[in-house]
Write a protein that binds this ligand. Structure first.
Ligand SMILES: C[S@@+](CC[C@H](N)C(=O)[O-])C[C@H]1O[C@@H](n2cnc3c(N)ncnc32)[C@H](O)[C@@H]1O
Ligand code: SF4
Length: 500
């Protein structure tokens, strides 16, 4: 049986340190506060990755997940920590070409010929959520991909008509659409604005023509810049995705690219470090354990941050920077608050209260389930209240910061009591800082940000990792570190929702 997902904790991010001890068969070490600092210090050196990105989840997909829910009532059976609110993620898998580095669920090239049918099914899927969500308000919609702007104007209009009919949007709802160059003529941008789009996320990756030529993306820099100018003029709230860490990358390519975007008045910039592991589809051998680019990527990212700070940008999430007041990023931030998220389309990931779930990732299964009147959900995890709390705390630590007062109000849990010794040790080691009620990872901790947040998982979860095959723990140092650090809870976790 396959016990784990290859998309989690890839070897390259997690080099094994030769001096570390072997996993213990007899269970987790009990908490020893006096040794915690030293143990953390040693074990964190195993982690040798620098990868600020969005593809990180808690709980990690380690164990075989359950199948989908029998009914929509079962999906929404648990209480929400954010009652009467939700968001929507809708996946459009079509792209003009398959970029050489991409690992997303996409149907490039002639896939677009299926768009009329695909939109029909999306509308039917939306209708299934209509009744269960009546009375609740939708605060953001994110159309991602793939490249949603490959859809023609007629299909986009049908899609937005469905979204407005089936989801009860708040007056200030954020509606984002992802786009790629070559799919955004001026009339489409104007239409999107008319349909209610409030934010555009445009993937340009680089303005270096030579690098672009190796990416299997067919457009000119001039064309991309023309579309971008129109988008900034018409929509205003525009994010541009950029990437770095390519082998053929000139030393100053990222800096030059970012400089041009800031000069153009783009209010939000995302910087992705190239993840090569997932670009090579179906490859089981992950290659050399150490990312050759590790130190170079750290330096490139550091320079990029300095450049953006000088241009008046502030970091809003780990790899996203914005001009204060000029850009919004609500959908991404609220994701880490355990806000329910309806998933629409192939391969989409959603979150019903305490039920992370994912749709089928092939059109065949996706269509078949909708034809049978069922939600096209392939897997659904069932989280305990403690694991839901840990989902929020670990994700917020990984990407932003945790407000301990909010956690107390929302879950009735005092983090400083439950994880007191862990927090003190991380503060003393300089990996964590406290700003008023907030806990935040420091710059120093960013090199270990795959694993430090995981230490806030319940001990019972860390204990369960010991039942994984030994070769797994040897290969994937994040769970290895979690088990070797041992217990990190100083007290029991007793979740009591809405105690404020
Ligand atoms: C879902 S894609 C959608 C954007 C749009 N389709 C495009 O490519 O312009 C979101 C972003 O993920 C990033 N991305 C894709 N593949 C990546 C990889 N292998 N490593 C790191 N980031 C990647 C790119 O910056 C891309 O813009
Ligand atoms: S990077 Fe964007 S355009 Fe390229 S294949 Fe991936 S989703 Fe499609």
């Amino acid at each position: 049986m396959k016990h784990y997902s290859v998309s989690f904790n890839k070897k390259s991010r997690l080099i094994k340190h030769p001096e570390t001890v072997q996993p213990r068969a007899e269970g987790l070490h009990p908490l020893q506060p006096e040794h915690l600092q030293a143990r953390l210090n040693d074990l964190l050196q195993i982690q040798n990755d620098f990868f600020p990105c969005f593809d990180w989840t808690f709980p990690p997909p380690l164990f075989a997940q359950s199948s989908g829910p029998r009914s929509i009532a079962e999906l929404f059976a648990q209480p929400s920590v954010i009652p009467n609110r939700y968001s929507v993620y809708l996946h459009i898998p079509f792209c003009k070409t398959l970029c050489s580095f991409c690992y997303y669920t996409v149907l490039p090239g002639r896939g677009i010929e299926q768009s009329a049918t695909y939109v029909d099914y999306l509308l039917r899927e939306m209708a299934m959520y209509h009744a269960p969500l009546t009375g609740q308000r939708c605060e953001s919609i994110y159309l991602g991909g793939g490249t949603p702007t490959t859809l023609d104007n007629e299909h986009l209009a049908r899609l937005f008509d469905g979204l407005h009919r089936h989801f009860n949007l708040t007056d200030d709802a954020e509606i984002t659409i992802e786009a790629a160059p070559g799919t955004l003529p001026r009339d489409k941008i104007e239409l999107l604005k008319k349909l209610g789009v409030t934010r555009l996320s445009y993937g340009i990756q680089t303005l270096d023509e030579k690098m672009l030529a190796t990416m299997n993306r067919y457009y000119s820099v001039d064309e991309a810049l023309r579309e971008l100018r129109d988008a900034v003029e018409i929509i205003g709230n525009v994010n541009v995705d950029t990437m770095y860490g390519f082998e053929n990358e000139p030393e100053d390519a990222l800096q030059n690219t970012l400089q041009k975007f800031t000069a153009l008045g783009v209010p939000c910039l995302s910087i992705y470090s190239l993840d090569k592991q997932r670009s090579v589809k179906g490859k089981e051998d992950f290659g050399p354990p150490k990312d050759e680019m590790y130190l170079r990527k750290i330096a490139l990212f550091q320079h990029a941050k300095e450049l953006l700070a000088a241009a008046g940008f502030e970091p809003v999430l780990q790899n996203i920077f914005a001009r204060p007041g000029a850009a919004s990023y609500r959908h991404q931030v609220r994701r880490w608050d355990n806000l329910p998220q309806v998933a629409l389309g192939v391969g989409s990931m959603g979150y019903a209260p305490r039920r992370p779930y994912q749709n089928y990732s092939t059109l065949k299964f996706y269509y078949e389930h909708i034809d049978a009147g069922q939600l096209p959900i392939m897997t659904m995890d069932c989280l305990s209240p403690e694991m839901e709390l840990a989902r929020e705390v670990t994700s917020q630590l990984r990407f932003t910061k945790v407000n301990t007062d909010v956690i107390r109000e929302k879950y009735g849990v005092a983090l400083d009591e439950v994880f007191g010794d862990l927090i003190e040790s991380l503060l003393a080691l300089g990996y964590l800082e406290r700003i008023g009620p907030h806990l935040r990872l420091t710059e120093r901790a960013s090199y270990y940000n795959n694993v430090i947040p995981m230490l806030f998982a319940p001990d019972s979860f860390k204990e369960s990792l010991l039942s994984l095959p030994e070769e797994y723990l040897e290969k994937f140092p994040v769970p290895y570190v979690m088990t070797q650090v041992g217990c990190t809870q100083s007290g029991p976790i007793e979740v009591n929702l809405g105690t404020a």
